[in-house]
Design a protein around this ligand. Sequence first.
Ligand code: ADP
Ligand code: MG
Length: 538
Amino acid sequence: MEDSLTAYPPSISHDQLSSLIFNIKDWQITHGMQLKYGPDVESVSSTPIGVTVFPTTFPRALFEQAQALQPVYNRLYAAISEDEKWLYKVLTGLIDDGRFAAVLWGIHQQVKEEGYVQDITLGIFRSDYMVHVTPNPDPLAHHPQMELRQIELNTFSVAGGAHSNKTAQMHQFMLNNGSYTFLHSPQLSNNKIPKNETIDSLAAGLRSAHTAYGQSRYVKSSTPGILFVVQPRNVNICDERPLEYVLWEHDIPAYRAIFGAQLLEHTTLSPSRELLYQPSSLSEGVEIAVVYMRAGYDSEEYSLGGIEARLRLERSRAIKCPSILSHLATFKKVQQELAVPGVLEKFLSSEEAAIVSRTFAPMFPLDKESRAGRIGRQLACDPATASSYVLKPSLEGGGHNIYRRDIPGLLSNTPEAQWHTYILMELVNPLIQKNILLTPRGIYDKVAAIEDRSDFDAENEAEEQSSLDRLSTKEGGPTVSELGIFGVCMWKKPGPGWDWIMLNVEAGWSFKTKPDYIDEISVVKGFGCFDSPLLIDT
Ligand code: ADP
Ligand code: MG
């Protein structure tokens, strides 16, 4: 593998790079690979999302391993979502702490008291991995050992499906139309990007849930719809809208409502708790068969209006993608608990548990009662050992991790009584490769966190152009990639002897690449780029 990577990607001249970028940007703007900014009544401001100039090579065996694991991961997280007692035991510390998990648990309790009226849940999951490299113990072997390490499993508001689908098509187009031919790269000529049909696969999952719901029960005159629950001022509509368009192509009405006040304003529950949505364009309300959550993952969204909106959705008869208990299953505390020896076997056969646990990185709790917690505390407080770890709080939504030598300081400024809300995870020793990254702010080392694009203006555009012009070496820089495998799973509350899993499939992939010196990978925030794996045999 190393040998096949040394000359990859090939060096190119300034003019060659400019020509590739020209092709890439044209492809992006004509295929909706954009981030959307600003008020847009008369016009719209958008910019191409970050992508790599080349696909990045990736070991085929590890890609296939990740794909094969997905149905097992799907069933594992479906089972966890239905094991309320176990979830409560694992999350008690967070629930008692009164923060985000407590809000979600409180909503669950309220609905449970009244009684849930929908037994079916749809999960759209994504399991994220990096390639972990260890020196080969065999002194005669040239190659280091590479294995998949799971970073996290997302069960809620999983993004990146549409952008990854488009990125794969874009790199495939560049391969097909000869854009890379002049580089005479054996890797580009001899290897393949795997098919990516994630948009259709995720939409198919939503369609299955729509079918499982059946006919409208309350608004008998029309077909029930699917409601996308989204964030306001959404920059990432190009990752959501394509799913909506596919649904309409299949004659399934799909609508969007903003989480919180707008959702409350436009929805009601019938006496038998069908969710009714009132689109502004129609005089009649629509019955909602499936609620697809693309918002509500950040604790900040749970103002009183946010809580009330979530409660209304959970109380309703609509199939939730996903349920509130599946949402709680994505908390990192759950991931850490699953890595405790013997726990996986509660949900999986011993063979399945063995293959799943092989993808786990060492993880520790930080409570002071358990032995593992005390070891975790020791590792986290000593700067020498902390340098191999990442500290993750149980706040989802990205951007909350604390890395390496920042860990002891953060803990010393945090009351000890709160330490148990974090988990400590060993850092992956990632496979380092090379690529040229095009971010909304320029190329590779111009990567900057873009939390707020209100400053986006012509000056930035000029800056981007000049950073392009300044590039004289086109070697690219060291990069790290992250593979995400999507899974779609639909299940109903298990009962004795029931075949409770209704659908369980691997549903596509996402692949992201970042400069090796940056810890976070969010493409929307400008840290990383969408990429495609060029599968190579090792
Ligand atoms: P979230 O997406 O909820 O912020 P993640 O666990 O996915 O949390 O961490 C965010 C990013 O931090 C990951 O995408 C990855 O780039 C990096 N990261 C997280 N855990 C590790 C790890 N164990 N080793 C190396 N990098 C990691
Ligand atoms: Mg993540």
